[in-house]
Design a protein around this ligand. Structure first.
Ligand code: FES
Ligand SMILES: [Fe+2]
Length: 424
């Protein structure tokens, strides 16, 4: 049984927590580039790992991420003025550069030592791979570059990234992302004539993914790797063959789901902790071999439409019952909720912001979830003993992808799909 103590350890991400300390060893994506595109543009409110911060782009194009509150008398710097290479607090005019230095104190004597003595908390921030990333750990442990995940390496036309708010702890999201056994059930459509779930029929001619509906109880094989886990879901295909869907978990919160067809676009996610109860969900679609086509950027599928007020809250959300349609649910789909992405979010949010894992009943299909929890808890324990997660210092270990492949019975999936899983 998963203890409540471990549940706390897994889900608490604020300053000084064991898991928060693990995340502070990694670069983390948190903004879309368009949120801070403008030089001297309005500062942007940021909450990350339970800390309130403010991001801005200065007159020279440099990005800054500072404590949200002025070190003088704690005024909110979101009120601040972004001007001439610094963010100025509007109360007494203290001005900060992107590195956290105080560059002006107009209400103090010109020779005040306070100006050199005072700093505001600032974190390094870079733009890479179509996202803006922050590093919130100790400077001496900062990895040279963000993790070299394939979506960040391909040309911009080969990838599409969307962002949305999910009102759960990050771990609940990751667990949904590596949970292959729900795919043929939660996301199934019903037979148009009979309203019987496809999974109850012999072979589903309408399933978008082969063998998924005809074998809804795949066997799972979890392999621990230097970057996280490779999770093989094995389904029956033909007498001598298995159909393998290989999902990746990349530490500490990235996943990649198998493509519908080998060579087709791959999709991945990042669940970035805002605080214990919320996360940013970034969804990526990419194809290393070619630019994406318009229909591959579908917002009714895994990507989701969001409000245009900067909140990134999905239009369909928990506050409007995910616009669930009971007639649709009776006649055509498992959930009556439109879009795979929001079907996932609905079930994950329905557990509450932090699910009580001590009350679960896990089955054989949950092996990857058990592996994920072990990985993170072990990393937290190791770090408390002074041993940092090795992958944090090896961005190149992230050069892997997911795959969907038919292999002969008796072939190990990591061997048989070896070339398909590697990014060279
Ligand atoms: S509170 Fe910010 S300058 Fe005084
Ligand atoms: Fe799903």
């Amino acid at each position: 049984m998963f203890s409540q103590e471990n549940n706390e350890k897994l889900t608490r991400v604020g300053p000084g927590t064991p898991m928060g300390n693990v995340f502070r060893r990694f670069w983390m994506p948190f903004l879309m580039p368009e949120e801070v595109a403008e030089r001297d543009g309005p500062p942007v409110a940021v909450r990350l790992l339970g800390e309130d911060l403010v991001a801005f782009r200065d007159s020279e194009g440099k990005l800054g991420l500072l404590d949200r509150y002025c070190p003088h008398r704690r005024v909110d710097l979101l009120l601040g003025r972004n001007e001439q290479c610094g963010l100025r607090c509007v109360y007494h005019g203290w001005k900060f550069d992107t590195r956290g230095n105080v560059v002006d104190m107009p209400a103090e004597p010109a020779d005040t030592p306070l100006k050199d003595e005072t700093r505001i908390q600032s974190y390094p921030i870079v733009e890479w791979g179509g996202l803006v990333w922050a590093y919130m750990g100790e400077p001496e442990h900062m990895p040279t570059v963000p993790p070299e995940i394939e979506w960040g390496l391909v040309p911009p036309a080969h990838r599409y990234i969307s962002k949305r708010l999910q009102e759960t702890n990050y771990a609940q999201g990751v667990e949904g992302g590596i949970d292959s056994s729900h795919v043929g059930i939660l996301h199934s459509l019903l037979d148009e004539d009979t309203s019987i779930p496809f999974r109850q029929r012999q072979i589903s001619p309408n399933s978008r993914i082969p063998y998924l509906a005809s074998d809804t109880a795949p066997r799972f094989f979890v392999r621990h790797t230097d970057y996280g886990m490779a999770i093989g879901a094995r389904r029956n295909a033909a007498e001598d063959d298995y159909y393998w869907r290989v999902t990746q978990f990349l530490a500490p919160f990235y996943t990649m789901i198998a493509p519908n067809q080998q060579g087709g676009p791959i999709m991945g996610h990042a669940w970035v902790p805002i605080d214990d109860h919320n996360c940013w969900l970034f969804t990526m679609t990419w194809n290393a071999a070619r630019p994406l086509e318009a229909h591959e950027l579908d917002h009714g599928g895994v990507h989701t439409r969001v409000m245009d007020d900067g909140s990134y809250r999905p239009l369909v959300n928990r506050h409007n019952d995910y616009k669930r349609d009971r007639t649709e649910q009776r006649l055509r789909s498992s959930t009556g909720i439109e879009g795979i992405g929001m079907q996932d979010t609905a079930v994950q949010e329905s557990m509450g912001p932090i699910v009580d894992r001590s009350r679960e009943t896990l089955g054989s299909g949950d092996a990857a979830i058990v592996g994920f929890r072990k990985w993170l808890l072990r990393s937290a324990d190791d770090l408390e003993q002074g041993k940092a997660p090795a992958v944090a210092a090896h961005p190149e270990w992230y050069r892997v992808r997911s795959a969907a492949i038919i292999l002969g019975k008796g072939t190990d999936f990591q061997v048989g799909a070896g070339a398909a899983l590697r990014v060279d």
